[in-house]
Design a protein around this ligand. Structure first.
Ligand code: SF4
Length: 355
């Protein structure tokens, strides 16, 4: 059962309580590159991203943030470190949420001033604590406890100034520390929690760590919003986040590609076709299942549970549509033919379902 959290609104996007679990990412373009940011925001939202965060490291970035905010409907989050004045500038320029790190902004008078303004303007804060930037005040504590204590101390300062709209993220590059800290935090407060394994790594290690850390907590009912941090293009973070939520049955809004690992029975180029299907459907935000299997052994059975499926054969491959055998096609022509069928299926589906 999902943990009961309070609900916080970031512009029109709700986080927490019974709101869908939100997928977030962060731009990796320079914030001063307005056109680059707009293009990346479009790419991320087309892929299904709910919220994006932009770094605001200086005054020029805060001004550019304002330009970007005027040109996108998505509520934007400003990521602030060290300098509370930049948080005020970001608010002046349309930030709908401020992310700050109590590890490097610990002047409580400045935080109180910021909190009073954000409370008056209805802008929530994300208190984001990272294992790598914990304040030295916490260095003698066990790390998971230190992450929780630092986050709650900062949240209390915001609360004391009337700001109730608080999301907490405690992240660590160590999955066990991250899960332990989030479990502890979840048991002592009702703040919505943003989950992530920070500095998770490349596509391989980052995906494994994130799926394990975030997935474990989500299965325990903990977590209201997620970011899968990868040393990869941000759109990959969004696609991975959607896939994780889909896999856990928490949000069904992406295409699931089922493909076999191939073996000595394989009759077609499964890897090439499965990758082409995945690329072609990455931006489709509906729960279709497409199976690409190398032979009839498991191919027919998988196809019977798919919207569209192929069971490869030496000379002829079997195509299944809506769980039934639809046609056989020369395996030489399979790739372009299947991709054409996929396009047609998506078009037909979108007309019927109106997406
Ligand atoms: Fe091998 Fe066929 Fe299974 Fe693919 S579906 S792994 S080709 S037996």
């Amino acid at each position: 059962m999902r943990r009961k959290s309070r609900q916080v609104k970031v512009g029109k996007i709700a986080i927490g309580a019974d709101a869908p679990i939100i997928v977030q990412s962060m731009l990796n373009t320079a914030t001063t590159d307005v056109e680059g940011c707009i293009a990346q925001i479009k790419e991320l939202t087309d892929a299904g991203c709910d919220l994006v965060r932009l770094a605001v490291p200086d005054e020029n970035s805060a001004v550019a943030f304002g330009e970007i905010a005027k040109r996108t409907k998505l509520p934007l989050i400003a990521d602030i470190h060290y300098n509370y004045k930049l948080a005020h500038l970001a608010l002046d320029n349309g930030a709908k949420k401020i992310r700050m790190n109590p590890g490097n902004m610990r002047d409580f008078n400045q935080i109180k001033e910021l909190a009073r303004r954000m409370s008056a303007e209805g802008v929530p804060v994300r208190v984001g604590v990272n294992g790598g930037s914990l304040h030295p005040d916490y260095k003698n504590m066990k790390e998971a406890d230190a992450l929780v204590a630092s986050a709650l101390e900062c949240a209390n300062v915001f609360e004391s100034c009337g700001l109730k709209d608080i999301v907490i993220a405690i992240k660590d590059s160590d999955v066990l520390t991250m899960t332990e800290a989030n479990r502890k935090l979840a048991s002592v407060c009702d703040y919505p929690l943003h989950l992530g394994v920070t500095e998770a790594g490349t596509m391989r290690s980052g995906l494994i760590k994130s799926a394990l850390g975030i997935g474990t907590l989500l299965q325990e009912g903990i977590g209201d919003t997620i970011r899968i941090s990868l040393s990869a293009p941000p759109v990959e973070e969004v696609l991975a986040g959607k896939t994780l939520l889909h896999t856990l049955g928490l949000r069904r809004n992406c295409v699931e590609v089922v493909s076999c690992p191939t073996c000595a029975r394989t009759e077609i180029d499964v890897e090439k076709l499965a990758n082409a299907v995945e690329r072609a459907t990455a931006h489709i935000n509906v729960p279709l299942k497409i199976s690409v299997m190398g032979c009839p052994l498991n191919g027919i059975g998988e196809g019977e549970h798919s919207n569209l499926g192929v069971a490869g054969g030496k000379e002829k491959s079997v195509i299944l549509k809506d769980g039934k055998i639809f046609e056989t096609v020369s395996s030489d022509l399979l790739m372009p033919h299947f991709m054409m069928l996929l396009d047609e299926y998506i078009e037909e589906y979108s007309k019927n379902k109106g997406f």
